[in-house]
Design a protein around this ligand. Structure first.
Ligand SMILES: [Fe+2]
Ligand SMILES: [Fe+2]
Length: 197
């Protein structure tokens, strides 16, 4: 390798701290826990954003639980099971986000007061099975858009939060797909052309 290309490669590699410095640094400012000196984000802003994500997930737990309990009709059993499964997964998201807020030094906001305003998705009851499925599909599409933006926002500044959101996004995309499939099955014809290979 030429001297020029070697120095170019050195420039493009991220800086790595030596083990001694890492150990020394970790012993300082212990009260900040997981938020060490290499945290490049704005921790206050990150907590504020995650409080809104937490509210979104709580609203999703409530909406799916309500739908799972109240869905009635000849074909409601499979749909109830799907809503119940989604409610469980939304609860896992809720816990993961609350734990991340705690790791960043914040207090997760579970206060029901103002919950609907803090949340990106809405709590909509729906009058029948198809309405319920539609409301859930809308909420999932909001969540997917919101999480994609947040993943780009956190980027390399806060990889811990980004990776958590990436995991949640994958499930939300599956949820949206599940609701689309249910809607197709219960509206009689596909709401949009589906391409299946
Ligand atoms: Fe979720
Ligand atoms: Fe979801």
């Amino acid at each position: 390798m030429s001297e020029r290309s070697a120095s170019k490669e050195a420039r493009s590699k991220p800086f790595l701290t030596d083990v001694h410095t890492l150990r020394e640094r970790a012993r300082q400012h212990l009260s900040t826990g997981a938020v060490t000196t290499t945290y490049r984000g704005d921790v206050e802003r990150a907590i504020e954003i995650l409080q809104s994500v937490l509210a979104t997930e709580i609203v999703c737990v409530l909406r799916y639980t309500m739908h799972a309990v109240t869905a009635t009709g000849i074909s409601s059993e499979g749909i109830k099971a799907e809503f119940t499964q989604h409610a469980k997964e939304e609860q896992q998201h809720m816990l993961a986000v609350a734990q991340r807020i705690n790791q960043l030094g914040g207090t997760p906001n579970f206060n029901p007061e103002g919950l609907a305003t803090r949340s990106a998705s809405q709590y909509a009851e729906g009058e029948n099975l198809v309405d319920m499925i539609k409301e859930n599909l809308i909420a999932e599409r909001i969540a997917v858009d919101h999480y994609r933006e947040l993943i780009r926002f956190f980027g390399d500044d806060d990889p811990g939060t980004r990776v958590m959101l990436e995991g949640i996004l994958t499930t939300e995309e599956e949820h949206a797909n599940d609701m689309q499939d249910l809607l197709d099955a219960h509206q009689g014809e596909p709401a949009r052309p589906r391409c299946r290979g």
